[in-house]
Structure formats: structure tokens, C-alpha cells
Design a protein around this ligand. Structure first.
Ligand code: MG
Ligand code: MG
Length: 270
């Protein structure tokens, strides 16, 4: 059952999403060669608590840390460790926070120093596919419309769309209805309704869409060990249209990147 949120609840959820956005912005400056993912995890935990929020992943389904840190061929759910990041790596950082009893949950894949042009392209295409999908999140559409849009866009570039892991509704629990696959068929699946909040999160592999799970019960990697990228936003349906609750702007500000992708996204809707 899809839990519709009131305007007031959506504003509370925006606060939760922004705790995560700011945390990713803080981490953007810290992601560099030589830094361990466990170090970044500790920074994030402290930062979230300083904002009067609670790390959303820590202890959820017994996950041991604040961040899911998934470098290179890891798709998602990687566990932070003491291995230092290396120039040329990419690292997906997925972060959750609870504020006002509501979850925020979003993710960004960072380059570590200079990365190969083909890896940069994977990041660019995956991020763009996120907005391509979000544009379909409107009253009158269905779950399959978002998945279809993401899949078509992604496969056009020859990349693999992960099937086993999906986006999800978000609220007072981390995973609500509906599931939001990054593949699908137009006009299929649950209908979107006013006031719903979802996390849309394409997970895109440079090679095969197939994955494997590690013995730790968490880490997922690509079957061919090629890189995988992951971007995620929290989005509400307001007045029938998608509204971003999270933002990458803190990341861009921290890194001195000029980007008006979110403004362009909003303008294209109106
Ligand atoms: Mg996430
Ligand atoms: Mg999520």
C-alpha cells in the first residue's frame, strides 16, 4: 500500500533528505586518494548526529555502518573498511538519516582524483538517467513508466541495468511501497498518486547487468568486475508533478562544480 504524505509531512521529509544532501556535500571534500571508507563513515556519523538526526542505515537490517560505500565494481551495500581509496577509483556513497521520524536516503558516485574518460561517461549517463526517470514520476503514470525510461536511456549507451536491486517508497520506514525498478514496461505497475515519496536510484553497470553477492551478506558486485555507478534522489509528487527533496548542490558547491541540472530539471517541468 502506498502511504501518501501531507504537505507538512513532505516538508519534514525534505529536512531529512537535506541532512543527507549536506552530509554528501561534506564528504565530497574528503573523498581523495589515501582516505579509507571507514574514516569517511565516521565523519558522516558525527556530522549527521550534529544536525540532530540519526544515521538511517546503522543497525537497519543489522547493517554495521552509517554509509554504504561501494567502490568500482561494487554496485551497492558495500561495508566501509580500512582500505584506502586510490586515484582513478569511483566510490558510490549511499547515506540515510532519520529526522522528525522520517527517512532521507540518497546517493552519489564520486570520482577519486582523475578517472578514465570511459568511467566518467558511466557516471554522467547514470546521473542523467536518474533525471530521465524522475521526469516520469507524475500522477497519471505508473511504476513501469519510470523503469522503462531509465532502461531505454541506459541501454542505448550499452550499459547494464541492475535488476535485483530497486528504488522504493520512503517515509517513516526506509522501504515502503512501491518498489521502483530501473527497468520495466510502459503503462505497467502501480499508479502514482499525489503525496507519494520515493527514492529513485539507478544502478548502472559498464558491462553486464548481472551481479553477485559476497559472503558478507551485503556487498554486491558486478559479475564481470567492471565498474558500476549509483545515483539516488528523494522525490515527492506535489501538484501531480515530481519535486526533488534531496539535492546534489552541496556536492557541487564543495567541489566548485558549475551545475544547473536541478534548475533545468525544474524548468523543464513547468
Ligand atoms: Mg540509498
Ligand atoms: Mg534507497
Amino acid at each position: 500500500m502506498i502511504i501518501q504524505k501531507t504537505r507538512e509531512e513532505i516538508e519534514l521529509m525534505r529536512e531529512s533528505a537535506l541532512v543527507v544532501s549536506k552530509t554528501l556535500g561534506m564528504l565530497a571534500k574528503e573523498v581523495k586518494p589515501g582516505v579509507s571508507t571507514l574514516f569517511l563513515d565516521k565523519l558522516a556519523e558525527e556530522f549527521i548526529r550534529e544536525q540532530g538526526a540519526i544515521p538511517g542505515f546503522l543497525g537497519l537490517y543489522d547493517f554495521p555502518n552509517t554509509l554504504c560505500m561501494s567502490p568500482n565494481s561494487q554496485v551497492v551495500h558495500g561495508i566501509p573498511n580500512n582500505t584506502p581509496l586510490v586515484e582513478g577509483d569511483i566510490i558510490s556513497i549511499d547515506c540515510g538519516a532519520i529526522k522528525n521520524d522520517f527517512y532521507g536516503d540518497h546517493a552519489y558516485t564520486f570520482p577519486v582524483g582523475e578517472i578514465a574518460p570511459e568511467t566518467q561517461k558511466l557516471l554522467d549517463v547514470t546521473k542523467e538517467s536518474l533525471y530521465v526517470g524522475i521526469r516520469e514520476l507524475k500522477v497519471g503514470n505508473r511504476v513501469g513508466d519510470v523503469g522503462y525510461a531509465i532502461q531505454q536511456f541506459t541501454e542505448k549507451h550499452g550499459y547494464g541495468v541492475v535488476r535485483e536491486l530497486v528504488g522504493h517508497g520512503l517515509g517513516k520506514t526506509m522501504h515502503e511501497d512501491p518498489e521502483m525498478p530501473n527497468y520495466g514496461r510502459r503503462g505497467r505497475g502501480k499508479k502514482f498518486v499525489e503525496g507519494m515519496v520515493v527514492a529513485i536510484e539507478p544502478m548502472t553497470n559498464m558491462g553486464t547487468h548481472k551481479i553477485r553477492q559476497h559472503k558478507d551478506g551485503w556487498t554486491i558486485t558486478t559479475l564481470d568486475n567492471k565498474p558500476s555507478a549509483h545515483f539516488e534522489h528523494d522525490v515527492a509528487i506535489v501538484n501531480g508533478k515530481p519535486e526533488l527533496l534531496s539535492t546534489f548542490q552541496y556536492i557541487y558547491d564543495a567541489l566548485g562544480i558549475e551545475s544547473n541540472e536541478e534548475d533545468e530539471f525544474r524548468q523543464a517541468l513547468s
